[in-house]
Design a binder for this molecule. Structure first.
Ligand code: M6R
Length: 364
């Protein structure tokens, strides 16, 4: 059942190249720079987008917020579903509410969807489970087609959701004329590369390197995760994965926010995982790394393959395949999933059955 892996979670990590292929297949048209999502939605019919989700799906939504605002120039807000339901949200018939969910059954998200509908919003689900409750209540569904996910800690659903969000942002950008054909082609090409890049992230050498690093830090009591821009959600997701399955306390911040408080936590006992892959803001992130080092924090750097220049700032380095910045959250997430699972395994935890957690949270 687990296909020779020790856990469903590990199996699902390795299924990601396939899952991503299934998310993307038949939807990208390189020749025209168009994306075909088969959704019945008039992109001119709303003025704002609200993204609503919980947990890992919420972090995928944060990447989506960044991508949609960047590529389609539509104002986006994002809420965790349990807040959205009760905060009397600004929502009308000019709102597109996007609910994101692996299971399609999370009660908070379902109730938030009902709240948005009550106010006349148009609704779209980005969902994995076929025929689930949410798919029956939204106007339309963009299935991510990641295949069944059994491990309680979400892995392939995350990377597939992020990829679906990229396609949605491209589709909106093309339809609303904010994205040129050339820009769109470039990003389509980058998206098409994702299964191959994730495959390349899972070669034995890369995996062994991450396992060795995990072994070094498994005794830490706390972890900090930092990332910037489209990769700040990568940091949040990396921290969530680690706490769910290893029970180590982990926090994440947008890298530039560290100096506004969390820097007080840093000493030689604090490992800091920094997502520092190619980006216009890489230099800024590296200066945050230097702030950590100056306080004797241990730095685990996630760098783009070939970045030997910045490697000297890390106590340890995880190299990931080079990717276009806007698709890099997918590639980078895989490295942090591996770091989390190897730390948890080193501590002898059952990663498929983390304490206190259920696969679908159907209680409020
Ligand atoms: O099924 P959903 O995507 O709606 O689930 C949302 C969260 O409960 C879920 O992502 C949770 O945070 C996972 N255990 C994360 O690994």
């Amino acid at each position: 059942e687990k296909g020779g892996y020790d856990s469903y979670m590990m199996k699902e990590i390795y299924e990601q190249p396939n899952a991503l292929t299934n998310t993307l297949i038949g939807r990208l048209h390189d020749d025209t720079g168009q994306v075909n999502l088969d959704i019945d939605l008039d992109p001119a019919s709303f003025k704002r987008i609200s993204i609503i989700a919980c947990g890992t799906a919420y972090y995928a939504g944060m990447v989506g917020e960044y991508l949609i605002e960047q590529l389609a120039r539509i104002p986006v807000d994002i809420d965790v579903a349990s807040e959205y339901r009760y905060r009397d949200p600004l929502v009308s018939e000019h709102t597109l509410a996007i609910v994101m969910s692996q299971s399609g059954e999370t009660i908070d998200t379902l109730e938030a969807l009902r709240e948005a509908k009550k106010h006349g919003a148009k609704t779209l689900g980005i969902i994995n489970a076929k025929g689930s409750s949410m798919t029956r209540e939204v106007d339309d569904t963009l299935y991510i087609h990641a295949g069944p996910e059994i491990g309680v800690a979400s892995t392939k659903a995350y990377t597939s959701m992020v990829s679906a969000m990229l396609m949605l942002a491209l589709w909106l950008g093309r339809a609303r004329g904010t994205l040129s054909e050339d820009q769109s082609r470039e990003l389509l090409h980058a998206a098409r590369e994702l299964p191959r890049l994730v495959e390349a992230s899972l070669t034995p050498e890369r995996v062994e390197n991450i396992k060795a690093i995990a072994g070094k830090y498994a005794d830490a009591r706390d972890f900090l995760f930092l990332g910037r821009g489209v990769n700040s959600p990568t940091a949040y997701e990396g921290a969530l994965k680690l706490k769910e399955i290893s029970y180590i306390h982990a926090e994440a911040y947008a890298a530039g926010e560290m100096k506004h408080g969390p820097i007080a936590l840093i000493d030689e006992h604090m490992p800091v995982v920094v997502v520092a892959t190619e980006s216009k803001l890489l230099e800024k992130t590296i200066s945050n790394v230097q702030e950590v080092r100056a306080r004797r924090g241990k730095v685990i750097l996630v760098l783009s393959e070939g970045d030997t220049e910045n490697a000297r700032y890390g106590d340890d380095v995880i190299y990931v395949p080079r990717a276009h910045e806007l698709v890099s959250p997918v590639v980078n997430a895989v490295a942090l999933q591996l770091l989390a699972i190897f730390i948890a395994e080193k501590l002898g935890k059952d990663v498929d059955k983390p304490r206190n957690l259920a696969k679908a949270v159907t209680v409020e």
